[in-house]
Design a protein around this ligand. Structure first.
Ligand SMILES: [Zn+2]
Length: 213
């Protein structure tokens, strides 16, 4: 029968053997777990910029750094809106006698799209450009009578019809408020007025949406 001290020594030897065999493996596992926790913390908690710097310094995780969203430092400048080139003022101070949209033709032609607004005005009174731009039409134009058309850029144009006299020529640069014509009743017209149109990419739109009160 073995003595108590022999049993004790045998158990002690087994314990030492187990410890020396398994300890490095356990320490390695612990290190791996600790390292993953630190990496996870860096990804989740630190700001993107700092994390990317950390990642750049550490060659071990370049893929993580590449996938991190890095916000742009400077926002892209937006194109400035030139208000002088936006039609906003009235071409003539008068009463609107016909609005934009479908109407019964005053000439008995059934329903027609009235592409602008009619502003009743005094014969020979000055008509103003509603924005800066280039005169692209200045002359007689069928039902429009003596017409002025101004290109304001960005696809926006304005038209002024039925003038008695024109004050600008094609190709001329004009300023907002500048006199471009004198009111009349030329073309298809029932009395002295300004037929005023605003076109966006050559499509007539309601000028009232552009006119400041
Ligand atoms: Zn009209």
């Amino acid at each position: 029968m073995p003595r108590l001290s022999e049993i004790w020594n045998a158990r002690k030897a087994t314990a030492v053997k187990l410890l020396t065999n398994s300890a490095p493996w356990r320490i390695s596992l612990l290190c791996v777990l600790l390292l993953s926790t630190v990496i996870l913390f860096v990804q989740l908690c630190l700001p993107a910029g700092l994390a990317s710097q950390t990642a750049a310094a550490n060659e071990a995780i370049p893929a993580v750094a590449a996938s991190l969203p890095i916000p742009p430092l400077v926002s892209q400048p937006k194109p400035a809106v030139n208000l002088a080139m936006m039609p906003s003022i009235w071409p003539a101070q008068g009463t609107i006698t016909s609005g934009f949209g479908w109407r019964v033709s005053p000439f008995g032609d059934g329903n027609e799209l009235h592409a602008g607004i009619d502003i009743a005005y005094t014969m020979g009174a000055p008509v103003a450009a509603t924005a800066d731009g280039e005169v692209v039409v200045s002359g007689p134009a069928g039902g429009y009578g003596n017409l002025v058309q101004i290109d304001h850029g960005n696809g926006i144009a304005t038209l002024y019809g039925h003038n008695s006299r024109l004050a600008v020529s094609t190709g001329q640069q004009v300023k907002k408020g500048q006199i471009i014509a004198y009111a009349g009743s030329t073309g298809k017209s029932t009395g002295p007025h300004v037929h005023y149109e605003v076109r966006v990419n050559n499509e007539p739109v309601d000028p009232m949406k552009y006119l400041l009160p």
